[in-house]
Design a protein. Sequence first.
Lengths: 568, 291
Amino acid sequence: MSNYFLDTPGLKHHLHHPLMRRIVELKERNYADKDAFDYAPYDYEDAMDSYEKVLEIAGGICDDVIAPNAEGVDHEGPAVNGGRVTYATGTQQNLDAVRKAGLMGIAMPRRYGGLNFPVTPYIMAADMVSRADAGFENLWGLQDCIETLYEFGNEDQRQRYIPRVCAGETMSMDLTEPDAGSDLQSVMLKATYCEKDGCWYLNGVKRFITNGDSDIHLVLARSEEGTKDGRGLSMFIYDKKNGGVDVRRIENKLGIKGSPTCELVFKNAKAELCGERKLGLIKYVMALMNGARLGIMAQAVGLCEAAYREGYAYALERKQFGKAIIEFPAVYEMAALMRAKADASRAILYETSRFVDIYKALDDISRERKLEPEERQEMKKYSKLADAFTPLGKGMTTEYANQNAYDAIQIHGGSGFMKDYTCERLYRDARITNIYEGTTQLQVVAAIRHVTTGTYLGRIREYEALEYKPETEGLRQKLIEMTSRYGEAAALVMEPKDSEYLDFHARRLVEAAGHCIMGYLLLQDANKDGENFRRSAEVYISYGQAEVNKIYSYITNFNREDLGYFKI
Amino acid sequence: MSLKIIVLAKQVPDTRNVGKDAMKADGTVNRAALPAIFNPEDLNALEQALRLKDACAGTTVTLLTMGPGRAAEIIREGLYRGADGGYLLTDRAFAGADTLATSYAISMAIRKIKEYDLIICGRQAIDGDTAQVGPQVAEKLRLSQITYAEEIQKIEDGKVTVKRRLEGGVETVEAKLPIVITVNGSAPECRPRNAKYIQKYKHAKTITEKQDAATAGYAALFDKRPYLNLQEWSVADVNADVAQCGLSGSPTKVKKIENVVFQAKESKTLEPTGDNIDELMRELILNHTIG
C-alpha cells in the first residue's frame, strides 16, 4: 500500500515553501479560531502538521480507492435516466470516500463547516486526485465553486449553502451554451424576476456542463431583457431541491469519461441572485474561471505525474535487445524530459497557488476590516502575479500533460496503443485540459499583456536576484541568456505596434516567458533539494533554452509582410 | 436509542508483507522488523460500531486495547475515524499474555468501564489467528456472543439482528443485548480517517506519552481539551489479579515452531480449450479445491 502524498517528494517540498508562513498567518488570522473550534491549529507548525496529515488522508484514498476505480469508471461511465444522472459505480465509491474523509469544502471557513485550508494544500489534494483519476478530479474539484458563492453571495446564502458543500454535496458551474463557448457574452439563458413570488425563474438551455446534475448550481443567465453583451448577465444559484432543471443528455466524450458532461434544460427553474445584477460575467465568472483554471493546472500536473510514472515503470520492465529499454538514450531522454516537465509544471502550479493564497486571504480580511496601506500593496502585488501566472501556468502545464501522455504511449510502443494499459486513458484524459476553462490560445490572449507590460520580466528579474549555490551557477547563466533572448524577441514583436502581429507571435512569447519562469523555479527547487530536483532543473533548462532559441530564431527571421501567407 | 459500544482492538505486526527477518531465531515474531498496524478485522469491527453510531443518535464508541505504550496509536486511529474515546491497558505485568490472560485482562477492564450495550471486536488478529479472545471475553463476562458477523443489521427493543458469514452461506440471528460480537473480514471496510477528527485528536496522548519533551509545547492544551488525555490503565487500575495476567496467567506454551514453505508439487499443462476448462472445473469441484 502506498500513499500519493508520501511517494511524491515534490508535494511536501512545495508545501514547506517559505511564503507559507505568511499565507497561514493571514488565513488563520493569527490562529484566532483555536478557542472556538477543536480542530483549529494552535500555531504555524500545528497548521502545517494538520495540512500534512489531511493530505496524507487524501493521498491514501487516491491510492486505495480512486486509482483502483479509474479503469472501471472509464469503461462504465455515468448514465442519464428520466433527467437525472447516475454516476458510475466507482465514481459513487470515490465520492463516498472523500465525503467520509471530510475532504469537501476544504478551503471554506470553519464557521460554515470547512477546514479553512489555504488554496495551496487544497490544490495539492487536487494534484493527487488527478493523478489517481483525472475525470474524478472534475467532480471533486468543483467544490471550488463554493469559493465564488462565499465571495459574492450574501451572509444568508453562505449559511444556507456552504455547510451543505462541506458535508459533501456537489456543485456545478453552468456557463456554456450551444452558441456561447469561448464567447460567454452571448449567453442567452433567460432569467426573469417574478414580483409575485419574489424570486427569479430561469429558462433555456446549457451545454457541456460538467457534473450538470449537481446539488447546487451557479448559473450565468441574462437578467437584463434586451441586452446583448456581457453587461446584461447575472449569476444565479439554483438548488436542485427546487427542481426545474433536467439533464437532456450526457455527452459521449474522448476522455474524462467518468465526469458527466450534461446538456441542461431549464424550465421555470426557481433561482436566487448571487451578488449584484449585471456583474455575472464581468466580475463573478472571471473569479470563478480563475479558480477553475488553477484547478485544471492541478489536473494537468497530476496527469503529467501519472504519465511519467506509467512510462518510466514500463521502460524499466520492458526488455528488448537483451536489456531494459530505459537503458537506451532515446528512451531515457524521453523519461527524463517527462520527469522534468512534471516537476516544472508542479513548480509553477504551486508558485501560482501561493500568489492566489496571499491575495485571496487579504481580500477576505478586507471584508472584516480596512487593510493597512502595506497590506493593500501586498494584495495588489500578488493579485497581479496571480493574474499573470494563472493563464501562463494553465497554458504550459496542460500542454505538458498532453506531451507526457503522448510520450508515455510512445515508451509503451505497440502495447501503449492497446486498451490494456493505463497510458491510453491518460492520453484521452489529458486532451481536454488544454481546451476547457479556456483553450491554450485563450490563455495566451490573457497572458500576452503581461509580456507587453513586463509583469513576467519583472518577476524573472526577482528570481535572478535570489541567491543560488555555486554549483548551479551554470544553470543561472543559461537562464540569464534565455531571459535576454526572450526580452529581445518581445521588444522586436512589440516595436511595430501592430496588434495583429503581436497576436501572431503571442503564443511564442508567452511560451518563452514560461520557459524562463519555470526554469528559475526549478533552479530554486534544486537549490533547496538537490537530490530530488537537480536532474529536472538541468534537463528542463537545457530543453527550455533550446525552445527559447527556436522562438528567438523564428521571430528574428520573420518578415511582418509574410503574415499574408498564413491567411488561408 | 443511544448505545454504548466498546470496540476491542489490537495493534499487530503487519504480517501481510513479511520480509526475511520477520521471524526471530526462536521462532517468535520479530515485532521490531514489522510495521505496527491496526488489526484488519478490528477495523471491520470499528466500522460496524461507527455505523451504529451514525444510525442511533447519542451512541458512543469507546476503544479498548492492550499493549505496550505505543499501542496508544490504536486509540488515536479509532478517534480519527469517528470513535469517542478509548482506554489503553498497559503494564509490564500484562506482557506475554496468551488468549486466556488477555481475555481476563480485557474483561476486567470492561467491568471497570461498567456500562455497555455491545462489545464488538474483530474475529481474530493476524499475528496469532486464534479467534479466541472475543469468545473468551464473552464467557468471562457471562454474555452471549455472535461470531463471524458480517453485518449488524438492526437494534430494536434491546435485541440485535446480525448477519453471520459462515462456510457455505450466511445466517441471520437475533440476540439480546448486551452482547459480544466478533466481526469477519468480509464485513465492509472501515471508513477512512476524517480530516476534522485527525486535526482534533492528533495531540491526544496518554500520560506516559505526555512526558515526552516533544509535546511540551502543547501542555496547556491538555487542560483545556480534556478529550486529548487518553486513559492508561494498569493491572491495579482494573483490579486484576497479577497471577492471572501476562506470562504468569498464560498456560499456553509454544512447543515447536516450524517453517513452512509453500511449493507446487505437481503441475499440469492444459490446452486452452473449452472442454479442458470444463474438465478442470469438474476436477477442482470434486476435490473441494473450489466450490
